[in-house]
Ligand binder design. Structure first.
Ligand code: MLT
Length: 201
């Protein structure tokens, strides 16, 4: 019995890295399955449901207000999620996954990179912000990160997503950060840029 409710779709193309799909607030383990199939067709998909409930809506960590995080909970939940990834890799025979997160799911993926870098081979962060104000030094050498932000995102100030991109690249990750002329929701461009990033990875 693994420690998160989740969906797992085995690989159809075994050499591709598995995707760890991390939904936004109010989503669940089903939300990003079709996105995962489109962005890296044939890859194994591991999709946990966030354990924190906010008015019944699943999330991956507690927040005090929109964009204001309970950082102790961010740390505890990132560690719990990293432990689940290790369990699932063992149970399903997987290499380290690429995290693909949207909104709250992108924020916990960024926290995983900072706190448990061994958990992810790389990440796609869709509408991410800085999850920890004083992150420890991490060694992200060899990890590719695609960050897609929205210039009209009402939740995430441009300065904040830029600060996250800088932190990740200063930690050694190969970061590609693109700011799209969109809001917090995903667009067709998110899909095509993510597909291209996987093809060229
Ligand atoms: C968060 O709480 O992680 C961010 O505010 C994004 C969201 O979930 O709306």
């Amino acid at each position: 019995e693994l420690s998160f409710i989740h969906r797992f779709e085995p690989a159809l193309t075994p050499d591709l890295p598995p995707l760890l799909l991390l939904h936004g607030t109010g989503g669940d383990e089903n939300d990003l399955i079709s996105l995962g199939k489109m962005i890296s067709p044939g890859a194994a998909l591991l999709s946990p449901r966030g354990k924190v409930l906010e008015n019944g809506m699943p999330r991956f960590f507690r927040r005090l207000a929109e964009g204001v995080f309970d950082e102790a909970d961010v740390k505890a939940r990132a560690n719990e999620l990293a432990d689940f990834i290790a369990e699932a890799r063992e149970a399903y025979g997987l290499q380290a996954p690429v995290g693909v997160g949207f909104s709250n799911g992108a924020n916990i993926a960024a926290a995983l990179l900072m706190l448990r870098p061994e958990a992810l081979a790389g990440a796609v962060l869709l509408r991410a912000m800085v999850p920890l104000s004083e992150p420890p030094k991490a060694d992200l050498a060899g990890k590719g990160v695609l960050m897609l932000s929205g210039s009209m995102d009402p939740i995430i100030p441009a300065e904040n997503s830029e600060r996250l991109a800088e932190f990740l690249s200063e930690s050694g990750a190969s970061v590609k950060h693109t700011v799209l002329p969109v809001g917090h929701g995903l667009s067709q461009q998110d899909l095509s840029l993510t597909q291209n990033w996987f093809l060229n990875r």
